[in-house]
Design a protein around this ligand. Structure first.
Ligand SMILES: Nc1ncnc2c1ncn2[C@@H]1O[C@H](COP(=O)(O)OP(=O)(O)OP(=O)(O)O)[C@@H](O)[C@H]1O
Length: 300
């Protein structure tokens, strides 16, 4: 029997205006279960608004949201309460309740609570009243509330906000681990280097529209390669290469030659000027560079 991948999220023709301001134009995307999806785009692109619409937290002007084949709107969110965990913007935290009591609102399972507290390393303060929590501790509690009870879909808006590097690393591992056991994640983040380490797919939003939806494999295939060259005389090598028509920049002790160029003439140019090459390497554009390039292309 053919294995059909279950659509976990399906968004069709989503439109949202605030007064006369069009915030979502015609948003369409869908993805299947067990993946980590990055929702990225410039400030004000509409990412948070999309996440709120997915959760039935805001009314929309047109379009349709389905999670696991069930409709979601401000009036219909059974599937959200049963299958989705989320942290949007800042976590809603009651100062006089402890972290543990916040988790008790989300689940009746102490096993689940203990699991998430351990997974996010919150043991030391989980029984303190939340008013004593730092920004990062509150953020972790918000994430814990989204993850407890293992929902099938987890929506996280800027989850790395306020977390120390160790916590970021721990959260990254946890997300990957949970995704391997079938949890689907939709994560927005401006820290593209962090996101790139875990996501399977990118949905790029710009001005209330989906500019593109690509798998990381597709993005990597379209990434440009550059050559990183170190010579005994970088300033002169730079001049020689620029003069020969190459597109070169300097970065620290390296010269970066953009895109793929034929090696032999390049080497001949450098060696012909009696400059020695100390090191040479191929480098692939990172996610940030690729996405910024695509955004600029989209604007044209
Ligand atoms: N309640 C509201 N009333 C009016 N405008 C709003 C409201 N909520 C959001 N907007 C506007 O909608 C646009 C999209 O906002 P949204 O928060 O979805 O963007 P974002 O992509 O999440 O941005 P960021 O990366 O800065 O978090 C922004 O221009 C914002 O000013």
């Amino acid at each position: 029997m053919e294995h059909v991948q279950e659509k976990i999220v399906q968004v069709t023709g989503l439109r949202k205006t605030f007064g006369r301001r069009v915030v979502l134009r015609e948003v369409n995307f869908e993805f299947s279960a067990g993946k980590i999806i990055g929702l990225v785009g410039p400030n004000g692109a509409g990412k948070t608004t999309i996440m709120k619409a997915l959760l039935g937290l805001i009314s929309t002007d047109a379009g349709d949201v389905q999670i696991l084949g069930q409709p979601v709107s401000v009036n219909t969110h059974t599937v959200v309460t049963q299958e989705v965990g989320a942290l949007i913007e800042r976590p809603a935290i009651y100062p006089f309740l402890s972290g543990w009591q916040h988790l008790q609102v989300m689940t009746t399972s102490t096993t689940q609570m203990a699991w998430v507290v351990k997974a996010l390393q919150m043991e030391d303060y989980i029984h303190y009243p939340a008013k004593r929590y730092s920004l990062g501790m509150k953020q972790k509690l918000g994430i814990a509330m989204a993850l407890v009870d293992h929902p099938r879909l987890v929506i996280l808006d800027e989850p790395m906000n306020g977390l120390d590097p160790q916590s970021v690393k721990r959260l990254r591992h946890l997300i990957v681990q949970l995704a391997q056991t079938g949890t689907t994640f939709l994560i927005s983040s401006h820290i593209l280097s962090e996101l790139a380490k875990i996501i399977d797919m990118v949905i790029l939003i710009d001005q209330g529209q989906v500019l593109l939806q690509r798998t990381m494999t597709q993005l990597q295939a379209s990434a440009h390669h550059s050559l990183v060259i170190r010579t005994t005389e970088n300033p002169r090598a730079l001049r020689v290469l620029l003069h020969a028509g190459y597109s070169v920049t300097r970065r620290h002790d390296d010269l970066i030659v953009a895109k793929s160029v034929a090696l032999t003439p390049l080497l001949r140019t450098i060696l012909g000027a009696h400059i020695q090459i100390l090191n040479m390497d191929q480098q692939q554009e990172d996610l940030e560079t690729v996405l910024l390039g695509l955004l600029a292309e989209g604007k044209r």
